[in-house]
Design a protein around this ligand. Sequence first.
Ligand code: A3P
Length: 323
Amino acid sequence: GTSASSTNHTKYKEIISTLPRIEGRWQQSQQLHEYQGFWFGQNILEGIMSAQEHLKAQPTDIFICSHPKSGTTWLKALSFAILTRKRFSYSSTNPLLSELPHDVMPFIDISAFTDITSRDPELPLLSTHMPYTSLPKSIVEGKCKIIYICRDPKDLFISLWHFTSKLRGTSAETFPLEEACQKFCEGLHNYGPYWDHVLGYWKASLQFPERMLFIKYEDLQNDTFSYVKRMAEFMGCPFSMEEERQGLVQKVVDLCSFEILSNLEVNKSKKHSSAARQYLKIEKRAFFRKGKVGDWENYLTAEMAATIDQITEQKFCGSGLSF
Ligand code: A3P
């Protein structure tokens, strides 16, 4: 009820006020709070605490997990298109043609959405940007399947910098790239440090390979077709020979391509994504920028690139992971 949730609200606020805090510069006057080894803005952190306390994941649930700007929108579209291929054809009835991919499944990091009772009962998909170690118990203990996507830290940083520039709005002063790079390297952004986020899921994927599918954005770009088949197998709905013969795998690839999705009216819209509701006013079109690998080369100085690469090497050393 309302009073219980406002009590929780106060409770989370009180806990948050005791946490280490720093001025984030990505959005105007946004403070970041350190919780379980990562940094979060107040609204998101309240949502995460609420999800940790209340979320009851079903063992059949499949979670789309990522750090923001890793390719979440794409992965959501692909997983949705794969799972609903019998319900929706690839004609005009497909929800992906009229809704932002973020809006076709719940996003559990926002407290309003931890009440997932209103979700589509036929769709087992849920999403989160939470670090692995902060996932609600019911996800880990329920052995839910997880698909995680990550990306070259340099491209992720450039994508994040553009995205947050849009959130700041045109009236705000710009956040100089060099300063942003420094903050990124220190992990001072929502859900940062990025490297620790990736490592948490990477280690879990080595430990529990049957319930985790770990995907790199670059690999997905390189061979989307194979990954669509692999995702379908992983989610327990492999493409049949007949479906393959009908070209359904390629249809999923095409429908979810950057070219198709980014040119849909809905995804060019300045309307706000409903998945994030009132907390994060994000225009739908902000989720589509270039969709390319290696765009960092157009922005980063050699020095900035080297700094990021050095951290990547250090952090991933001995993990078997590289970019
Ligand atoms: P760029 O800013 O490098 O273009 P997220 O979805 O996690 O917010 O990540 C956004 C990034 O994914 C953006 O990267 C965006 O352009 C890219 N993207 C969005 N939809 C995509 C798609 N269908 N295929 C490939 N990349 C996509």
